[in-house]
Design a protein around this ligand. Structure first.
Ligand code: UGA
Length: 325
């Protein structure tokens, strides 16, 4: 069977690199786009890229989508059958102040240009947008369903919702075959260095204190990266999903402090914890209703938190030995 050619934006990042790798292993060709923003260590990104470059089916294009002409993007998009738009400026807590401009550029403008190129190329059969649970905002003790009114609580969430809305207007007006996936706090090997588990595991390895923002009672629906990749590929391959918004979460929420204790238990250490002020933009609870993903994608998460954490720990150990971190 001839597999489609997939354009993966953000291909050297945490989720994008796993997605590109899995697509290649399934026989897809991948055109990977990334601009290697300086948000975190270039060593990690370069390592992810080098490993992708070993595959014959992979082609890399270094490009800042937000700074590219639409004509140029049309040429690029025409080379693929499917676009998966993972590229973004991530991070909830760092989206305040002057840096908001970066979020507007990489999350809103880049998405609009890519969608415009999708229209003009007349070749895109599926356009998957990687959105975020942060569009929901501070909804307490309730399972988050796709039909709820999104009320983002951080500037980051505002930009992810704006991009989702762009996907919708390009779908409604021009028929771009868009699918929006709302990922819930993704973790696992290659997790970004600004994210909680990465920071906690590294600190525990080094015998340093971990810093919890707030009382540790915040609840997150931590979702394993392999499961997220699996759902994303199903969004490429499934019929009847165009125009849909779909939650991708483990649907097994846990208090942050309990996750800290689980990591400490796996590592066999006693964590040193410093409690700090809650950070602006952080929501109290995320908990995905995933019935739509089950129904439309035939997807369900497979990885238990302990198993996923063990894999992230293993990766971090290797990355530290290699001097990437
Ligand atoms: C994560 C990603 O960073 C976002 O890019 C993504 O869009 C979002 O998930 C999502 O679900 O959509 P977040 O839930 O804040 O955002 O994930 P973590 O960085 O892993 O933080 C989890 C919790 O740990 C937060 O409450 C955070 O304040 C807390 N935390 C983080 C600490 O207490 N200490 C730290 O050192 C880091």
């Amino acid at each position: 069977m001839v597999r489609a050619k997939v354009l993966v934006t953000g291909c050297v990042g945490f989720i994008g690199s796993h997605l590109a790798e899995t697509l290649l292993s399934k026989g897809y060709s991948v055109i990977g786009v990334d601009c290697l923003t300086p948000y975190y260590s270039q060593k990690i990104k370069q390592y992810n890229l080098n490993s992708l470059l070993k595959s014959d089916g992979f082609k890399f294009v270094r490009l800042d989508l937000s700074a590219s002409s639409i004509d140029h993007l049309v040429q690029l998009v025409r080379k693929a059958d499917v676009v998966v738009h993972e590229a973004a400026q991530p991070g909830v807590r760092s989206s305040w102040g002057v840096d908001f401009e970066i979020y507007i550029r990489h999350n809103v403008l880049a998405t609009q240009k890519l969608l415009e190129a999708g229209v003009r190329s007349e070749s895109v059969k599926r356009f998957v947008y990687a959105s975020s649970s942060s569009v929901y905002g501070n909804v307490r003790e309730v399972q988050l369903r796709e039909d709820m009114t999104p009320r983002p609580y951080s500037p980051y969430g505002v930009t992810k919702l704006a991009a989702e809305n762009l996907c919708k207007v390009y779908h409604d007006n021009f028929g771009v075959p868009v699918v929006v996936l709302r990922y819930f706090t993704v973790y696992g090997p290659r997790q970004r260095p600004d994210m909680a588990f990465h920071r906690f595991i590294k600190a525990m390895f080094r015998g340093e204190s971990i810093h919890i923002y707030g009382d540790g009672g915040q609840i997150r629906d931590f979702t394993y990266v392999g499961d997220v990749v699996d759902a994303t590929i199903k969004a490429i391959e499934s019929d009847d999903v165009v125009g849909e918004v779909i939650n991708i979460g483990s649907s097994r929420p846990i208090k942050l402090i309990d996750a800290v204790n689980l990591i400490a238990n796996i590592l066999g250490v006693k964590p040193k914890i410093m409690f700090e002020d809650e950070r602006k933009g952080d929501v109290r609870v995320t908990y995905a209703d995933i019935s739509k993903a089950r129904r439309l994608l035939g997807w369900k998460p497979k990885t238990e938190l302990r198993e996923g954490l063990e894999k992230e720990i293993e990766w971090l150990r290797e990355a530290m030995e290699l001097g990437l971190i």
